[in-house]
Design a protein around this ligand. Structure first.
Ligand SMILES: *[C@@H]1O[C@H](CO)[C@@H](O)[C@H](O)[C@H]1NC(C)=O
Ligand SMILES: *[C@@H]1O[C@H](CO)[C@@H](O)[C@H](O)[C@H]1NC(C)=O
Ligand SMILES: *[C@@H]1O[C@H](CO)[C@@H](O)[C@H](O)[C@H]1NC(C)=O
Ligand SMILES: *[C@@H]1O[C@H](CO)[C@@H](O)[C@H](O)[C@H]1NC(C)=O
Length: 501
């Protein structure tokens, strides 16, 4: 640049000033654009933009459908900053108050028994309560933080979640607020979205960390909360729960019990670092072990339009096996929905609703010790007690039918309400959090995600949530002991039977 200018005569010709102004303008716009670029690259979104995978569970980064950098920048700015402030769904205090009065005047049925686990899950904080320090310490293990204040959701994002888990989990919370407008208290919650619980009861015994995720174990403080798949799982073509349940139930009715194959069936992915699934492969023998174990090949099935993996076409066996994956598996609810007798290999992980299942009432417990023998025993028992087996299978299906989205929202409502009662501080969104509303989330969704999200949109509830029973430690204790005993009785039965032959 210096060259040509230096060669100019010393007296500035008239075009120099406009040139300088133009140059200044250009460099200002370049500066502006690079600032925008910076800004955009620091804006994290529920779609996963600008987020690294959780360090405790790595996975390949997501690819985005926007073609160019500009397109992406435009989308991020539009969805993250320019959507919620103009959202039309603003609460009207007068209307909310009228609604609250109306709803509280209605009779409410009792919540299902397993809702009582809410008290048990929150027991660790009953004395200490949940302080800001508890929440901030849980951040170390969290992928994101959700702060609800005045019926609005603010999300602070730390790490990406695999596939669309993050988006669908936040969507679930947005729908909860829509369902019970003006009824949710202010809360501050840390979430992780990967499979394995991380708050070890031994290690964190003196200072339990409240961390929401999709499952827990007896040895962890992690709080189980409904997983993303209740609102749909676009990557595997699994529909929003109410719709998916109806479809599976219908599919299950195409064959009467007597016409279903008198064998145990499992289809899934055995390559998920799950010892029990690996062992299950050994039981693949329809005469020796009365079991058919099939490998789910997602690549092949994606090619054939998922016809083979359609859940409603998988209810042709009298017995369906549930085996945990890397941790708990969302498949359990679809297995139980079939109305076949669910052979549940005694799980180590539990999600929020499986705690309500009762062995020999709505499923058959299978011991992981002597696995193939245990499966064969269950099938033989069922084939010699067909009426009981069918009834037990039906009860499993009824249990899932009872767990409609209405109940899922009720569970979330009660959990969050009880959690908020323990908070000893007034939640407020951190400066790094952004408001997320239904419109902004839809704005970020790709076309397939949007389709699933829209299908799982809810409307304000015409009735209040079911009523939660008060905490009752004795009830819980005897529930858990009874369940353990039944499982143990079945294990002993199998063992005696295996010895006799
Ligand atoms: C809120 O709703 C009430 C009753 O429907 C209405 O009279 C009032 O104008 C509304 N207020 C606002 C701010 O929209
Ligand atoms: C919890 O931590 C203790 C002590 O470090 C360890 O022995 C135990 O195996 C851990 N439990 C789980 C479930 O990881
Ligand atoms: C189980 O056995 C069947 C029939 O022999 C076979 O087609 C299938 O591939 C086997 N499953 C696995 C996971 O190997
Ligand atoms: C379904 O819910 C109803 C009402 O709460 C209850 O009476 C019934 O026992 C439940 N059925 C099952 C199978 O859990």
């Amino acid at each position: 640049m210096g060259g040509p200018i230096a060669r100019n005569p010393p007296r500035s010709p008239p075009y120099v000033l406009p040139c300088i102004i133009a140059l200044a303008f250009l460099s200002l716009s370049a500066l502006f654009l690079s600032k925008v670029d910076d800004f955009v690259s620091q804006t994290k979104t529920v779609a996963g933009h600008n987020l690294e995978p959780t360090p405790w569970h790595l996975f390949p980064p997501r690819t985005f459908s926007e073609d160019t950098r500009q397109e992406r920048a435009y989308k991020i700015i539009k969805c993250s900053y320019l959507t919620c402030p103009y959202s039309t769904r603003r609460n009207n205090d007068t209307e909310l108050e009228e609604r609250r009065l109306f709803v509280s005047s209605l009779d409410t049925p009792k919540c299902p028994d397993f809702f009582r686990f809410i008290h048990k899950d929150l027991q660790p904080w009953a004395k200490t309560r949940i302080t800001k320090d508890h929440v901030m310490a849980a951040k170390e293990h969290a992928a994101f933080r959700v702060v609800i204040v005045g019926g609005r959701i603010y999300v602070d994002l730390y790490y990406a979640c695999v596939q669309s888990r993050l988006m669908f989990t936040v969507w679930g919370l947005l729908q909860l607020l829509r369902r019970y407008p003006g009824m949710l208290p202010d809360v501050d919650m840390m979430f992780d979205c990967m499979d394995k619980p991380s708050i070890n009861r031994t290690e964190h015994g003196s200072f339990p960390l409240p961390l929401f995720r999709y499952c827990t174990t007896d040895a962890h403080f992690d709080i189980p909360f409904p997983d993303w798949s209740f609102w749909g799982w676009p990557e595997t073509n699994i529909k929003p729960w109410d719709e998916q349940f109806r479809e599976i139930k219908q599919g299950s009715q195409t064959k009467r019990w007597g016409n279903k194959l008198p064998l145990a069936f499992w289809k899934g992915n055995p390559d998920v670092d799950s010892p029990i699934r690996t062992e299950l492969l050994q039981c693949n023998h329809s005469t020796k072990w009365r079991a058919q174990i099939l490998r789910q090949n997602w690549v092949e099935e994606a090619k054939s339009g998922y016809e083979q993996s359609k859940l409603s076409n998988q209810c042709n066996h009298r017995y369906k096996i549930y085996a945990e994956g890397y941790a708990w598996s969302v498949s359990l609810k679809y297995i139980l929905s079939c109305g076949s007798l669910a052979l549940i290999i005694t799980p180590q992980y539990e999600d929020f609703f499986t705690r309500g299942l009762i062995p020999r009432k709505n499923y058959w417990p299978v011991s992981p010790i002597n696995l193939c023998h245990s499966i064969k025993f269950a099938v033989k028992w069922g084939n010699t007690h067909p009426l009981e087996a069918e009834a037990m299978g039906k009860k499993g299906q009824d249990f899932m039918e009872n767990l409609s989205m209405d109940r899922v929202y009720d569970y979330m409502f009660h959990f969050i309400s009880e959690y908020s009662k323990l908070q000893d501080f007034k939640p407020s969104p951190p400066s790094t959090a952004l408001e997320v509303c239904a419109e902004s989330l839809l704005c970020l969704a790709d076309p397939k995600q949007r389709e699933y999200l829209e299908r799982s949109t809810t409307a304000p509830s015409p009735a209040p949530p079911c009523s939660l029973e008060p905490a009752n430690a004795n009830f819980m204790k005897s529930w858990i002991e009874k369940k353990k005993k039944t499982i143990e009785d079945v294990r002993v039965m199998v063992e005696k039977n295996a010895l006799r032959r």
